[in-house]
Write a protein of this length. Sequence first.
Length: 336
Amino acid sequence: MLVLGIETSCDETGIALYSTESGLLSHALYSQVRMHEEYGGVVPELASRDHIRRVLPLTRQVLDQAGLALTDLNAIAYTEGPGLAGALLVGASIATSLGFALQCPVIGVHHLEGHLLAPLLEPAPPDFPFVALLVSGGHTQLMRVDGVGRYVLLGETLDDAAGEAFDKSAKLMGLGYPGGPALAKMAETGRLGRFKLPRPMLRSHDLNFSFSGLKTAVLTATRAQEFDMARRADLAAEVQEAITEVLAAKSLAALQQTGLERLVVAGGVGANARLRARLSLAAPKMGASVYYPKLEFCTDNGAMIAFAGAMRLQHAKEEYGFSVHPRWDLAQLEAP
């Protein structure tokens, strides 16, 4: 069975083809970073309009790469939510129109389920059950995953997500957009120890997160003294250290509390090299394994949507009405 995946939840247009027999056949991604850079963040209306321009050309591209045609498709999956309402509607309407024209099922996919299942695209995927750390610009959650659609929330952020903490700290420090990658790059030349930043809720004895206090501390640090390039790099290193220390500690605590031995890290912040180094070093010491998607599949992409759609394909219906869910709790999903 051949599934086309369409991802338009925010500022990246991702298209992919996944075969249930042969795996991922082709994928393409267009990022809107340059367009939004001058505004310092995503402009929803501009994002939606750009998705309209990109979806069909990228669809033709991935079909050509795989040597296939639209008529070869057996199903179409699209991101139903969460995300920007207008951007989601672009993917939903195009997917539904194609499904109606081709008379094939159309499958709405939860964006976070796509991220959560992305490591299953790897040559050595994790078996169920596992703990998943979903960490991105909009979400920071720990989930127990017993199968597709079988998710239990273990802990989540009470305020800013980890990705927001990276981005907002970078903005306070005068770094470019997107802030997270810019801060991580600058942290490579920084030295630890010059700044003392809080590790919010590190010892809260639960699996929840908080990063708003860290943002306030960064603001104070940028105003306290002359803020030259050396100090900026040192602060970047300390911000990254604080965020990744909390993420790693909570993830390892989740493994201990659940008794599970597999940890999946997914979402854009999952590409952070320091976070990966921390978890890859600490998890084996407690008898656990850590699984990551490829770096290109940490950020939003069509491959994870096509794969998640394929996992739910057997229960898809040929119904061509559609809806989107800008806010959508992952724990509300049902098993296929």
